[in-house]
Design a protein around this ligand. Structure first.
Ligand code: A2P
Length: 317
């Protein structure tokens, strides 16, 4: 499996299994199947509500000798209600207990958005905390302490704009090594790629297939369906692969990590096999022409009326 290197030489498998919206009942089987197929990288998060089932699958795979812990790459993410300095470590410990692990390979701040401790998803403005009150730099200190305590091997962020990365880099003892963001041919973010390359920050592409399963509340009526894009389909036909494989190969050829989610064995296998697909320069050029700055995961759920976040402040646009 193709991998990307961190500054200390550690390598992250470039194609991992996404677990957002993998129902607890399905994810146990999906993780076991994925490990049997050869996946070694599982992307998790506390808020996905399925870490205990993933932990059960991992524990069994380790006990059965299917994989060794050192071969696995496990990522998870700090939820927004645990951004206060004293809440970061307990949040990670909860995740570690659910995943039945002693350490994570990578821990990310899930969103540059803070919530009151008892809130999961905000319904009212008073449930959010402004970044002026609880700055990301404070949360970052908590993340650095986890690294120093050996509870995770790498730390990073998710959903951060370039200005937010710049802010973190200014004061960091240990700089963020990963930004996990939405990336696909409809949202290519070239300036972000350039910035991260220049600063030694790796990128993980989430929703690489256009997140076709998002809950209805997170969709808009007019949205284009990435998996049905005619250019993608034409390249797929030319290369004798599926549209999903074209999208994943595109992400890998841009040297980003990519984490497609599936709970079906045949798609898990198909997605993993995308690592063997080579796109020609001509294909990459055609795909480059598809950019339309189209976010599927807009973050609109943080823009509660009267609250401290707007879409412009979230993405710094
Ligand atoms: P399922 O889990 O039922 O297989 P994204 O990673 O962009 O969020 O996309 C995940 C969605 O795409 C899930 O709904 C998943 O469904 C579906 N999916 C995953 N792999 C494929 C594939 N190879 N072809 C078509 N759809 C896929």
């Amino acid at each position: 499996m193709h991998s990307l290197a961190f500054a200390n030489g550690d390598r992250i498998p470039a194609l991992g299994l996404g677990t957002w919206q993998a129902a607890p009942g399905d994810v146990y089987r999906a993780v076991k199947t994925a490990l049997q197929l050869g996946y070694r990288h599982i992307d998790c998060a506390f808020i996905y509500g399925n870490e205990a089932e993933i932990g059960r699958a991992l524990a069994e795979a380790l006990a059965d000798g299917l994989v060794q812990r050192e071969e696995l790459w496990i990522t998870s993410k700090l939820w927004n209600n645990s951004h206060a300095l004293g809440h970061v470590r307990p949040a990670l410990q909860k995740t570690l207990a659910s995943l039945q692990l002693d350490y994570l390979d990578l821990y990310l701040i899930h969103w540059p958005v803070a919530l009151k401790p008892d809130v999961m998803i905000p319904r009212a403005a008073h449930e959010l905390i402004s970044l002026d009150v609880l700055p990301l730099a404070v949360t970052w200190q908590g993340m650095e302490a986890l690294l120093e305590a050996g509870l995770c091997r790498h730390i990073g962020v998710s959903n951060c704009s370039v200005p937010k990365l710049q802010g973190l880099l200014q004061n960091a003892q240990h700089k963020p090594e990963m930004n996990q963001i939405e990336l696909h041919p409809y949202l290519q973010q070239p300036a972000m790629l350039e910035f991260c390359r220049a600063h030694g920050i790796l990128l993980t592409a989430y929703s690489p297939l256009g997140s076709p399963q998002r809950p209805a509340g997170l969709r808009s009526e007019d949205e284009p369906v990435l998996l049905q894009d005619p250019t993608v389909a034409a390249i797929a036909a030319r290369r004798g692969v599926s549209s999903a494989q074209v999208l994943l190969a595109w992400a890998l050829q841009r040297r980003t990590v990519v984490i497609p989610k599936s709970v079906h064995a045949e798609r898990l296998a198909q997605n993993l096999a995308a690592a063997e697909v080579t796109l020609a320069d001509e294909d990459m050029q055609q795909l480059a022409g598809l950019d339309r700055q189209r976010r599927y995961v807009t973050g609109s759920f943080w823009a509660v009326p009267g609250g401290p976040y707007t879409l412009a402040s979230l993405w710094d646009t």
